[in-house]
Design a protein around this ligand. Structure first.
Ligand code: NAP
Length: 337
């Protein structure tokens, strides 16, 4: 059986997901596309045999030729499309963020609860990365004892001029926030954002790097260095310190070269290179689950929690204080798995 997927938003990541859905993965085809920029959507549709071009997301979601929907439009538009998918009873894969405010995420969680089943999967692809999965297996296996701390770094080589300190939390650190919740199977209870000396490569008024401290319910503390003008490459680091040992992401997935008294290895240029296989696995897993009649992966609850923690991080960025994370009670629908 082939799953017919409609894609809303065909910008950078939308086009990358269409490439994997059409050329890399199995059991799926892109049957419809739309974008607020219709000319861009038309160009993409012209390259997809049999795909329908829709002028709005609502039209695409209502199309009987669309079995499930991928939302890759701009973050503030996600709520509208995810709610429409839930109302239509269609499975939806929504790129992060699930929605940009706590209230919008609440409305999505409430709609899914009213539907009585999970219809939403959120694009936190690090959960599908082989290195992160191996790290989690060691932590949860208990072979090096109880976890105490996690050190993480999220270094971007550079960012566009419109990037702000808020986006370091909402767009970069959000992935580390999801990793922390997933790694330790518990919620984040406080966030403290520290502002180290400002990089001379960051423009005036832009705090870069940031040091984000996440305190987990058990007392584990996760420190995330988030730098967006690191210059050299896209460098993602992670190390969990446990009572009897440590586990860390490998320095390089590629080959180590030793020559002339030095060792070198490739560091990825950007997030696409670093996480290409994670994105592939994330989507194939989702396609298989949807084809079997359900869904999988990070839930609307995970999307809600990530947005609330990011909002708490923004509060700390402004107050210079340790801020408590206030979550609603977790509904039973999200308690399994
Ligand atoms: P992008 O290049 O700006 O693409 C977004 C596309 O959506 C653009 O074509 C945009 O058109 C279109 N759009 C805007 N409003 C729309 C609407 N109301 N209906 C339909 N289409 C609309 O952004 P991107 O980098 O691909 O990011 C898209 C989403 O993916 C964001 O939520 C982002 O956070 C997420 N993302 C996730 C990862 C990850 O690591 N998982 C990586 C990158 C991005 P205009 O350009 O004309 O506005």
């Amino acid at each position: 059986m082939t799953l017919n997927v409609g894609v809303i938003g065909v910008g950078m990541i939308g086009q990358d997901h269409i490439r994997r859905l059409t050329r890399v993965l199995s059991g799926v085809r892109v049957s419809a596309v739309t974008d607020v920029d219709l000319d861009r959507a038309r160009t993409i549709a012209d390259d997809l045999p049999g795909a329908t071009l829709h002028s709005t997301g609502a039209e695409l979601i209502a199309d009987p030729g669309v079995d499930a929907v991928v939302v890759t439009s701009w973050g503030p538009t996600h709520e509208e499309y995810v709610l429409a998918c839930i109302a239509a009873g269609k499975q939806v894969f929504c790129e992060k963020p699930l929605a940009t405010t706590r209230e919008a995420c609440d409305r999505i969680v409430d709609a899914e609860l009213a539907a009585g089943r999970r219809l939403v999967s959120v694009g936190f692809m690090r959960r599908y990365d082989a290195q992160y999965k191996a790290m989690k297996a060691v932590v949860t296996g208990g072979e090096i004892g109880a976890p105490l701390l996690m050190h993480a770094a999220h270094r971007n080589p550079s960012v566009p001029d419109f990037f702000t300190s808020d986006m370091i939390i909402n767009d970069s650190t959000v992935h580390d926030i999801d990793v922390a919740r997933w790694m330790f199977d518990e919620e984040i209870v406080t966030v403290t954002v520290l502002k180290p000396r400002r990089s001379s490569k960051a423009r005036e008024g832009f705090n870069d790097p940031l040091l984000v401290l996440l305190e987990m319910a058990s007392g584990v503390i996760v420190d995330v260095e988030a730098s967006v003008n690191a210059g050299f490459a896209y460098d993602i680091r992670g190390e969990v310190v446990c009572e009897d040992g440590t586990v860390e992401l490998s320095e390089s997935a590629g080959a180590l070269v030793k020559r002339a008294g030095s060792v070198s290895a490739r560091v990825p240029e950007d997030w696409r290179e670093r996480f290409v296989l994670a994105f592939d696995t994330e989507f194939q897993t989702w396609i298989d689950a949807v084809t079997a009649g359900g869904t999988t992966g990070p839930s609307a609850w995970d999307g809600y929690a990530a947005t609330v923690v990011c909002g708490t991080g923004l509060a700390s960025l402004r107050s210079d204080a340790r801020e408590p994370v206030v979550l609603r009670e977790k509904p039973d629908l999200y308690k399994e798995g």
